[in-house]
Design a protein around this ligand. Structure first.
Ligand code: PHE
Length: 451
């Protein structure tokens, strides 16, 4: 049975790919990936990451987009409809719920960090990073984090941009935004990578990213790589279920998934080629951790010729990447409100965005007033990050592949994935039934401390 989406549709395959790549490419690629690679020993982490993206991530993405397209509703609704079609329990809608609630929670802190990127665009553009020393850079960042009103203002600004785009609908909002923002992102990224490799220490960066030293690899690095692959590909947070729901029938989901994963990985590596030549040329610490971009990199921008422009463009790139992801985190929640509360899209976007903004205050205060308020030994922000990244995403992903592999008939998956040949389908089916669930169960058990 073919359904239609009440939320709108992508106007073309290209529009969908741009939107999905926009979702995938975000803070995860430019902020998290480089510092995780930096801490995980560079190329060895990269190699394992690639294996996770194509071995586990892509099969899960194919499953998620397929379920979305077949259900054509908000994530919980799509799951419920497909389960009903297949004569399965409606409780499978819980998988959609994990995604939708996960998207809500992730956006609450993603928007706070998105706000940081806006602040740094402005600070860099106004010359605030000029000749900045290591100490001053640390002080700037810490001072910014200590100022809760400032953080709230930037968080609000970022959320307002997100709400504005989503309120305008699939074609008028999301699609328009990505067709303008993604080319801009690409030009900035390639331009900055060329600049960085040619003027910085490109050779050291390339060696660091591409010559693996497997002695640095341990179980934690593997877990981190798989978690990062999921986050970076926007999996198991309802995004791909929602974006799949607006997808024309004739678009090949497997092919699109490879394109999205390829582009996402390409951007992560390019971001590494922007950041590490600068890091090595200026003798900075590649394993600096989360502060790599906001504390370490500005030191180099402050010293280099034209650093004010390069720095501003860099943070602009980061802000654009963050916006094209945040809209994909708001969409699952908005589509649910439209369906279940009968809200018009602008009202749904403002309601959802407002609620998410409010929850985000917990993250804002984690950096100042509530820095010492800990549950399970973690701040509110760390708890949200842990709950979503380490529990909801692997669990959601696991349930999704188990659902398509074991509870949906092979025949209906085959007809959903009609553009590939039998051999290709069999490979995917094997991955979805065995490889992905096993990998995800291992992750999940290790996260909850079984081993
Ligand atoms: N993939 C985005 C990033 O790398 C984050 C994201 C996760 C967006 C899940 C949507 C859904 O920043």
């Amino acid at each position: 049975m073919q359904r239609t989406s009440q939320h709108g549709n992508w106007s073309s395959r290209a529009a969908f790919i741009l939107a999905a790549v926009g979702s995938a490419v975000g803070l995860g690629n430019i902020w998290k990936f480089p510092y995780e690679a930096g801490q995980g020993g560079g190329a060895a982490f990269v190699a394992i990451y690639l294996l996770c993206v194509f071995g586990v991530g892509v099969p899960v993405m194919i499953a998620e987009l397929s379920l979305g397209r077949r259900g054509r509703g908000s994530p919980p609704k799509s799951l419920e409809l497909v389960a009903t079609d297949e004569g399965r329990s409606k409780a499978w809608s819980g998988v959609g719920w994990i995604g939708t609630i996960g998207a809500f929670l992730v956006l609450s802190f993603y928007s706070v960090i998105g706000g940081w990127t806006l602040y740094y665009v402005l600070t860099s553009a106004m010359g605030g990073l000029e000749n900045i020393t290591a100490d001053a850079s640390g002080a700037l960042f810490n001072g910014f984090l200590a100022d809760s009103m400032g953080l709230i203002g930037w968080h609000l600004a970022f959320m307002a941009i997100t709400i504005f785009i989503v309120a305008r609908g699939i074609q008028g909002g999301l699609e328009k935004a990505v067709t303008f923002l993604m080319p801009a992102l690409f030009v900035l990224l390639v331009g900055l990578a060329i600049y960085s490799v040619t003027t910085g220490d490109g050779a050291a960066a390339i060696k660091f990213l591409f010559a693996p030293d497997f002695s640095k690899v341990n179980a934690d690095v593997v877990l981190q790589a798989l978690g990062q692959a999921f986050f970076s590909l926007s999996l198991a947070l309802g995004t791909m279920l929602a974006y799949g729901a607006y997808l024309p029938e004739d678009v090949s989901i497997p092919k699109s998934s490879f394109i999205i994963a390829g582009a996402d990985t390409g951007v992560a590596l390019l971001a590494g080629l922007v950041i590490f030549p600068i890091v090595f040329a200026y003798g900075l610490e590649a394993g600096a951790g989360p502060g790599l971009i906001f504390v370490t990199l500005p030191i180099a921008f402050g010293q280099m010729v034209g650093g004010q422009i390069v720095g501003t463009l860099f943070f602009l790139l980061l802000a654009i990447a963050a916006v094209t992801s945040s809209i994909s985190l708001l969409e699952p929640v908005v589509s649910w409100l439209e369906e279940h509360r009968g809200f018009k899209r602008p009202v749904a976007a403002i309601t959802a965005g407002g609620a998410i903004f409010t929850v985000g205050l917990g993250t804002v205060f984690s950096f100042n007033h509530w820095a010492e308020v800990k549950f399970f030994g973690r701040t509110v922000f760390d708890n949200l990050d842990f709950l979503t990244n380490n529990i909801m995403m692997p669990l959601g992903g696991l349930l999704m592949v188990v659902f398509v592999g074991w509870f949906v008939s092979r025949k209906s998956m085959r007809s959903e994935l009609h553009t590939i040949n039998d051999d290709q389908f069999n490979i995917w089916y094997m991955m979805a039934r065995y490889v992905c669930p096993i990998a995800l169960i291992i992750i999940f058990l290790s996260v909850i401390g079984v081993f």
